[in-house]
Ligand binder design. Structure first.
Ligand code: ZN
Length: 500
C-alpha cells in the first residue's frame, strides 16, 4: 500500500512534533522551575504551530485523498481503512476551523484562565461572566464551523467522543437521573454508617510513595516503558507506546488521594502502553476516545482498586507499613472506609455514587448556555438549583459551585460527558471480562492482575484508535453503552456497605 506508506511517512513529522511538545509540557508540570514558564510557553507555541501547519497542509489533504481511494472497498477492520478514517476525522476537525477562529479561541482562553483563577479566589462570578459568555460565543462559532445535524453540542462532543450524539448522552443521563437521584438520597440518610476517620490520620509520604509504586508495578504498568513523578494535578502523557508517563500527588493527612490517583493514572497508562506495536508512529496508536480512556482509569481505580479482592491481597501489606494507623482496623472496616460516600459539592472529590450527577449538571448547563436557553447572569442560580435537585445540597459560594472547574475557561465545552460515559463503560467492560474469565477476582485476591490485564489488552488496548468508541463497545460487550450495568453495580455494592 504505497499510498498508506506515503501518508504515514508524511504524518510522522506531525507525530514527532506533537510528542516533542508533550515532553516539554510534561517537564513543565513536573520539574521545570517557575522561571522557565515564559520561554516554555513560546517553545510549546512554536512546536504546536509547526505540528498544526504540517498537519493541515495541502500535502496532507492530497495524500489523504490518495489513501482514501486506495482503501476503497477494503475491509473496514483493516489497519489501512482504520488509519484513513481516523486521519480524515482529525484532519476535518483541524481544517474546518478558520485560522482567525483558532487564534481567537487561543487568545480568549489564555486570558480567561487568569480571569477564572482570580474570580474563583475572590468568589466573584460577576467578574468571570463576560469572559464565560465570550467563550461560549466562540464555542458556538466553532460548532457552526465544524458542522452538525441536530444540535450545536454534537460538533463539540465529537471532538472528544467521536460519533456520540447529544441526544444519546441526554437519553443515558435521563435514565441515570431517574434511578440515581433517589438512590443517592437513600445513601445520604445513612452516611453515619461508615467510619472513615482513620483515612485522615498522618501517613508518611515516603511510605505512601513506595506503596503506590509497588501497587502500579504489580498491576502491570511497565516501568521499562514509563515512570511516575509528582505533579500538582495528576495526569498521564505519552511520547510513544514505549514511553508512557504517569504522575501523582501526596497528601500527608489523606491516605486515599495518592494511591487512587496513581491507580487511576496507571489505568490510562496501561491503555496507552497496550497499543499494538505495529501502531507505533501512526495516528492509530493510543486511546480511541476520552470516554473509553476514562473507562480504563476508572475500571482500575474503582472496580479493582476499591474492590474487596484487591484489598484482600494488599491490605496486610498496607497495615505492615502503617501499623499505628491501621493495626486496629480490620479489612472490612477499611473496605467500607475507602468507599465512603459524602455530600461533596466538588466534582473532583465526589465518590462513585454521586459523581455522575455532577457531570449531568454540567452537560445540561453547557447545552442551555450554548443554545441561549440560559442567561449567563442566571447561570450560578441554575447551577445551585440543579445541585439542590440532584444532591439535595446548595453550594454556599460560587467558588464551591459554578467557579470550581477549569474546563470552561479553557474552552473545553463538550468534554465533561466523557467522564460519565467512561464510568458506564468501565462496568460494562468489567462485567464482560468476568463473564469471559470468571477467575479474575480470585486471581486479584492473590495479587495476580495478569488475567484482567490480558483480557483488556486483547479486547481493548491493542486496537488503539482502530475502532470508534461505539463500535468498540459493541464488539467487546455485544451491546451499546447503557446505564443498567452501572446502576446494578452501584446498588449491589453500596446497599451492602450502607446497609440499605
Ligand atoms: Zn482520568
Amino acid at each position: 500500500m504505497e499510498a498508506i506508506d506515503k501518508l504515514n511517512a508524511h504524518l510522522a513529522d506531525v507525530i514527532n512534533l506533537s510528542r516533542a511538545a508533550a515532553v516539554l509540557s510534561w517537564d513543565q508540570q513536573t520539574y521545570m522551575p517557575p522561571g522557565g514558564a515564559e520561554a516554555r510557553a513560546e517553545q510549546l507555541a512554536t512546536l504546536s504551530k509547526l505540528a498544526h501547519e504540517h498537519f493541515v497542509s495541502e500535502e496532507t489533504g492530497r495524500l489523504l485523498e490518495a489513501a482514501e481511494a486506495a482503501v476503497q472497498g477494503m475491509n473496514g477492520d483493516s489497519f489501512e481503512a482504520a488509519l484513513v478514517r481516523v486521519v480524515r476525522h482529525d484532519y476535518d476537525l483541524e481544517t474546518k476551523l478558520p485560522t482567525s477562529l483558532v487564534e481567537a479561541i487561543a487568545r480568549e482562553t489564555t486570558r480567561a484562565h487568569e480571569v477564572w483563577v482570580k474570580a474563583r479566589e475572590k468568589d466573584d462570578y460577576a467578574a468571570f461572566a463576560p469572559t464565560l459568555e465570550r467563550i461560549f460565543d466562540l464555542m458556538r462559532q466553532k460548532a457552526e464551523a465544524l458542522g452538525y445535524q441536530d444540535r450545536p453540542y454534537d460538533a463539540l462532543l465529537d471532538q472528544f467522543e467521536p460519533g456520540m450524539k447529544t441526544a444519546d448522552v441526554a437519553r443515558l443521563f435521563d435514565e441515570l437521573r431517574a434511578e440515581l437521584v433517589p438512590f443517592v438520597q437513600q445513601v445520604f440518610e445513612r452516611l453515619d454508617a461508615v467510619d472513615h476517620a482513620m483515612l485522615h490520620l498522618e501517613y508518611d509520604v515516603e511510605k505512601q510513595a513506595q506503596f503506590g509504586l509497588d501497587v502500579v508495578k504489580q498491576l502491570g504498568y511497565d516501568f521499562e516503558r514509563g515512570r511516575q513523578d509528582k505533579a500538582v494535578h495528576p495526569f498521564t502523557t505519552n511520547f510513544s507506546i514505549n514511553d508512557v508517563r504517569i504522575t501523582t500527588r501526596y497528601m500527608p493527612n489523606y491516605l486515599p488521594s495518592a494511591l487512587f490517583s496513581s491507580v487511576h493514572e496507571a489505568g490510562h497508562a496501561l491503555y496507552e502502553q497496550g497499543s499494538d506495536q505495529s501502531l507505533e508512529k501512526t495516528m492509530l496508536a493510543g486511546g480511541t476516545s476520552l470516554g473509553v480512556h476514562e473507562s480504563q482509569s476508572r475500571l482500575w481505580e474503582n472496580l479493582v482498586g476499591r474492590g474487596r479482592p484487591f484489598w484482600q491481597y494488599f491490605y496486610p501489606k498496607l497495615q505492615q507499613l502503617f501499623p499505628e494507623q491501621l493495626g486496629g482496623v480490620d479489612l472490612e472496616a477499611f473496605y467500607r472506609a475507602i468507599n465512603f460516600v459524602s455530600r461533596s459539592l466538588i466534582r473532583v472529590e465526589a465518590d462513585e455514587v454521586t459523581y455522575n450527577l455532577h457531570i449531568m449538571l454540567r452537560f445540561e448547563m453547557e447545552n442551555d448556555l450554548l443554545e441561549g436557553k440560559l442567561a449567563f447572569k442566571d447561570a450560578p442560580d441554575a447551577w445551585n438549583a440543579k445541585m439542590e435537585q440532584y444532591l439535595g445540597i446548595t453550594p454556599p459560594t460560587d467558588r464551591e459551585g459554578i467557579l470550581q472547574d477549569v474546563h470552561w475557561s479553557a474552552g473545553l465545552v463538550g468534554y465533561f460527558p466523557t467522564y460519565a460515559l467512561g464510568t458506564l463503560l468501565s462496568v460494562q467492560y468489567w462485567d464482560k471480562a468476568l463473564a469471559d474469565v470468571p477467575e479474575i477476582p480470585s486471581e486479584i485476591a492473590r495479587g495476580n492482575f495478569a488475567p484482567l490485564l490480558g483480557w483488556l489488552r486483547e479486547n481493548i488496548h491493542r486496537h488503539g484508535r482502530k475502532y470508534w468508541p461505539a463500535e468498540l463497545t459493541l464488539r467487546v460487550t455485544g451491546e451499546p453503552i447503557q446505564t443498567r450495568s452501572f446502576m446494578r453495580y452501584l446498588r449491589e455494592k453500596y446497599s451492602e456497605i450502607y446497609g440499605l
